[in-house]
Design a protein around this ligand. Structure first.
Ligand code: F3S
Length: 279
């Protein structure tokens, strides 16, 4: 069996930054909390817990210490409240997410009807929605939902940083009919775009793909969806123990790709496990 990996694997810079800020706070001897799990990877979250980093869903659970805002960002009013209550807040919101928010604020000021392409349940989008006062904001996740967006003279479109470019393109096609003026901002993060492109290249060289990452990781799921759309055999796993080894017997070429919150070492372990099938 030949196993191929793309040149870029492991954490993106936004995740690396969030982890560094967290470790720096631990070094200071502070009690460290994260608002939600720091990244969408159970292995990393467990490791952080062992080191003393506690994820909380509700800031009222925190009486003192440092709170890390993960790379997805959070509701700005919540951050203000925590600061007022005397907590130290370390903001690790990714610059790509901040850029998306800036564009949304600008569109809102210029009275555009805003369409956010993405998942309304995703923390990044929840944070974006909480950061704007504008009420005429529609979150759409697929081309069909885009058809339900009401007509408006001016429409401004942005997209979740981890969305698939193909899905975004198809949604935008439908939104074009929804306004006289339709301004589209491709706010998908560059790392995500590069990974999706690298995956499409990799798929041409292999019989099957393994996508590694947390099941709750949006960008990892998008990689899996791309495989499905390209009709290549693919398995989405969190770690090497999830590999259904029997299925990989006889497969000659396999590609492995991970999301931006998947540690490099995890991908290497999956590779070793796969290669062990033949020995
Ligand atoms: Fe930021 Fe892109 Fe990573 S938005 S957190 S650099 S996936």
């Amino acid at each position: 069996m030949k196993v191929y990996l793309p040149s870029e694997i492991g954490f993106c810079f936004g995740v690396k930054r969030a982890l560094k800020l967290t470790y720096d706070e631990l070094k200071n001897g502070e009690k460290v909390y994260t608002l939600g799990e720091l990244i969408h990877n159970p292995y990393v979250v467990e490791d952080l817990k062992r080191k003393g980093v506690e994820p909380v869903s509700d800031p009222s659970q925190i009486k003192e210490g440092t709170v890390i805002i993960r790379s997805h960002g959070a509701d700005p009013s919540l951050i203000e409240r925590m600061k007022k209550e005397g907590l130290k807040v370390v903001d690790a919101t990714c610059p790509y997410v901040l850029k998306l928010r800036k564009i949304v604020t600008l569109l809102s000021k210029k009275s555009y009807q805003i369409v956010v392409v993405g998942l309304d349940t995703h923390p990044e989008i929840k944070g974006v929605m909480a950061s704007i006062k504008e009420k005429r904001v529609y979150v759409v996740k697929n081309p069909d939902e885009a058809k339900n967006v009401p007509y408006a003279k001016k429409i401004g479109v942005v997209v979740q940083t981890t969305e698939s470019l193909d899905n975004f393109r198809n949604i935008v096609k439908n939104l074009m009919e929804k306004g006289e003026e339709c301004r589209v901002f491709n706010t998908i993060c560059r790392v995500i775009r590069d990974r999706q492109q690298a995956l499409k290249e990799l798929v041409k060289r292999v019989e099957a793909m393994i996508i590694v990452g947390g099941y709750s990781s949006s960008n990892t799921y998008q990689l899996f969806r791309i495989c499905q759309n390209l009709k290549v055999k693919a398995q989405f796993i969190e770690g090497e123990e999830d590999l259904r080894l029997k299925e990989w017997k006889g497969v000659k070429t396999v590609g492995i790709m991970g999301g931006t919150s998947t540690p490099k070492e995890l991908i290497e372990k999956v590779k070793d496990r796969l290669l062990s099938i033949e020995s």
